[in-house]
Write a protein that binds this ligand. Structure first.
Ligand SMILES: *[C@@H]1O[C@H](CO)[C@@H](O)[C@H](O)[C@H]1NC(C)=O
Length: 347
């Protein structure tokens, strides 16, 4: 009998990608190739050490194929993958972009491969739809409590929730990506260990998550206050977080007809228990000296909202501050050249 397993390429094998690989292979309907960077040597030599609430403890586990480059399917003469899942961060203002990274693995003039984007934010599919108009693009929104405390060591402490659906707007008949999304839900759900569902309304899911990600996430990063302390701080919620969230709720309605309802603001402010003092992703990135994903999380909803005539004064300031912080990181990483400092006494 022919091998009926789907060939899946996962680009990015940190805390989220590794669990996706494990879950797909556990279901038995997929053969996974994973592309790693910083943890490549460790995983290649020793495999992953995974402690998972869903899959148990695995020592020395590896997906079917482990590699350290994204395959150029043309050059290597590989069959197109059935699914390519991009799990890396999405930082369009720093190269290589997500598009640069995934392009070698995507076929030209063929719909055989379905691309799934796991990144947060808005309009992340647009560069792919432009450059690869034949490739159906799906949205994967993953909520998972999982960390990589050291390279190749994955601590998965909280069950995974994954929503998969088709991005609107491409020149492909929408029935195609919708069917692929449903097929992927089946493949991913086969292990019985992940809560994966088909989402018919990707824009709703994305705008809803932006109420947190465009507001609380950057504001925690900028202020250095976690999601607990920011609620205890003098007036930061009322002065900054709530106004920004209300702007995003208004933009969702004006731009995408998405009705999030007024309660969403309080729900997102209280999303994490106060006493857990959780740091959102941008705050963590900043503390590690990494770039922040502010363009898709803050810039895109801001631009779309303003284009639709929604006043967004708070989000504008949050965006400009995030952009300034990103420039600071770029300077530290040697990505910008600045004029040499001269002494002030010119006389
Ligand atoms: C893949 O390899 C081919 C053949 O060497 C080359 O022409 C093409 O530019 C490469 N594709 C990408 C996206 O790098």
């Amino acid at each position: 009998m022919a091998d009926s397993k789907k060939n899946v390429l996962i680009i990015g094998g940190g805390a989220v990608g590794a669990i996706a690989a494990l879950n797909l292979e556990a279901g038995g309907l997929a053969k996974v190739t994973i592309v790693l960077r910083s943890n490549y040597n460790v995983v290649k030599e020793q495999g992953y050490h995974i402690e998972s609430c869903d899959h148990g403890v695995l020592k020395g586990w590896r997906p079917s194929i482990v590699r350290n480059t994204v395959p150029n399917i043309t050059e290597e003469g590989l069959q197109p993958y059935d699914y390519v899942i991009l799990v890396t961060k999405n930082i369009p203002d720093v190269s290589p972009t997500a598009l640069d990274l995934a392009s070698p693995a995507l076929p030209k003039n063929s719909r055989l491969t379905t691309l799934i984007l796991y990144q947060n934010g808005l309009n992340i599919e647009k560069p792919f739809v432009r450059a690869h108009p034949d490739v159906p693009v799906l949205s994967g929104i993953s909520m998972i409590g999982s960390d990589e405390p050291s390279p190749g060591h994955i601590m998965h402490g909280e069950g995974e929730k994954l929503k998969v659906g088709a991005f609107p707007a491409s020149n492909i008949n929408p029935a195609v990506p919708e069917r692929r999304a449903q097929e992927f839900v089946e493949i991913y759900g086969k292990s019985g260990k992940a809560d994966v569902t088909y989402s018919p309304n990707v824009l709703y899911d994305r705008w809803r998550k932006l109420v947190f990600n465009a507001c609380l996430n950057p504001i925690c990063a900028i202020t250095g206050l976690d999601t607990g302390r920011i609620r205890l701080a003098d007036g930061t919620i009322e002065g900054l977080v709530r106004p920004a969230m209300k702007e995003v709720v208004a933009a969702a309605k004006a731009c995408a007809g998405v009705e999030l309802g007024d309660e969403i603001v309080q729900t997102m402010i209280d999303a994490d228990p106060l006493e857990s003092y959780l740091k959102p992703s941008m705050q963590q990135d900043l503390e590690k000296g990494n770039f922040i994903e502010f363009e898709n999380l803050v810039g895109e909803p801001l631009r779309e909202g303003k284009d639709a005539g929604v006043p967004m004064p708070t989000l504008e300031v949050v965006y400009q501050l995030a952009k300034a912080i990103q420039w600071r990181i770029k300077e530290k990483r040697g990505l910008v050249d600045i004029p040499k400092k001269r002494s002030a006494d010119a006389s």
